[in-house]
Design a protein around this ligand. Sequence first.
Ligand code: DAH
Length: 339
Amino acid sequence: MKQALEKIELSAKEELKKIRDSKELEALRIRFLGKKGELTTVLKGMATLSSEERPVIGQLANRVRSDIENAVEERAKELKKAAFELKLKEEKLDVTLPGKAPKLGKLHPLDSVMREIEDIFIGMGFDIASGPEVEYDYYNFEALNLPPDHPARDTQDTFYISDKILLRTQTSPVQIRVMEQKKPPIRIVAPGRVYRSDAVDATHSPLFHQIEGLVVDKGITMGDLVGTLDMLMKRLYGVECRIRLRPHHFPFTEPSAEVDMVCFNCGGKGCSMCKGEGYVELLGSGMVHPKVLANCGIDPEEYSGFAFGLGLERLVMRKYGVTDLRLLYENDLRFLEQF
Ligand code: DAH
């Protein structure tokens, strides 16, 4: 019996080493120490022992029991510690790692420059106005002093929807809509999309953007036009940016002028980029034609005004040195991420 008890102790300690989790440990405890366990089974034979042997074996049995109990408890602690360490290892968090920055979107260069220009005009006391892209022929042409069969209509290849309705070829119709709604003083800019039936190439697109400007009040002169545009260009490109006016013709302004800005590349001396001119074309402008004012119910004897129409794409291309207009519409991230 002594041997049987010692064998139980030995095998319990051996088995304990192989235990890997608390479930296995509990099974082992029951196997050795449970009511029907190996130790109990052996102790049932106590009755057959002599009265001298009984206390000796009894003592041994008690020691074996408490040894196994202690060993089980010890193993339980070890398993708990190992499980905790594993958890620590698995859930390790290195707070010194550089963070993963979320990818932020940004404005398309056409939008950001458009907003920059809007902000500059808002700073000069202008309001932002808008009008429909599907427009009446009347607003796009007729009210702007371009009656049917006027030859200047041919210079703007128009998408007609019906005889009287078209896709606006310019933002100038917003001038008419504003003047019909509001009496002077008027100070607005109207940014937006315009459409012309042009084939796509490096400098043409059937859809592009313009920013229209209109100021009507008592005593407005060409000097106000020059001052306003000069301020715009200096804010956009820096104080060294100069503009110049060239006589031109637009049906809705009299007199009319094309406004050029000094060539970035040569600063006005003349180079291949400006074709020797020293200046590059910027926009169309002029003093609002008296007939246009009258078409909107504004007395040209009392009021005068200036207007201009600026091509956004051209400005963006010049600002960033983009040489192909198509890049602005292709949504190629390799291009757009540069801005
Ligand atoms: N609408 C003209 C165009 O698209 C540009 C323009 C010229 C607008 C003179 C104006 C202006 O307001 O006064 O070519």
